[in-house]
Ligand binder design. Sequence first.
Ligand code: 13P
Length: 257
Amino acid sequence: MTAERRKLVAGNWKMNGLREDGLRLAREIAHRAVAAGRDAGESLACDLLICPPATLLSAIGPVLAGSNVMIGGQDCHAAAKGAHTGDISAEMLKDLGCSHVILGHSERRVGHGESDAIVRAKLAAARRAGLTGILCVGESEAERDAGRALAVVEAQLAGSIPDGIGPQEMIVAYEPIWAIGTGRTPTPLDIAAMHAHIRAVLGRRFSGGNGVRILYGGSVKPDNASALMAIADVDGALVGGASLAAGDFWAIARSCG
Ligand code: 13P
């Protein structure tokens, strides 16, 4: 693992967490991170990021201060400002202290009709605002069964990455749709093949594509995290359900080595 590809464990809280529960969860994670920072025996081999709902970003920011746990958004609009009722710009996330934003999650591609072109514009917006975009890609079960998983993900990468973006300005998260929230994961061989393919595609797209971190997401749990993190070209995890329990999230982070 090169310094540029230190692993990242990111928690996507999705639409979960009222104020009290969200603040408690953030406090527990920050507390563990501060303790790990003090004690070399406890120190982590990964970076940590949590992406709470937008409603909690401003309250959680100060809770994480001094802990090394980064905070990010779950989506942004492509425009910097304007008449877009209900939307949040990348600049607004940056203004709240976010360092990252998740973009093109399948729950937005499917539930909100986000095309690759929309995701590409959002990734460009994140870059404009100085945020690192976490670009989510992944095939449906039907696409995998049809033997099209690699081609589907390659097309999503081709359509969703804006020209001119640098390898340090984005992260890719491979999240097979059929693995999200189901307790199922691809085989280690399938994950290795997909991540190698993504790395090859990125390498053709950028000079320095090797520097882009590629996360795996979809039913990452404490009991499978070590095996997932050991797969070649897996540079961390994007964690949904298990990121809602501090102990589970921490166990996953510890599995980075
Ligand atoms: P689960 O970890 O709950 O399967 O969710 C994965 C995910 O969608 C993270 O973005």
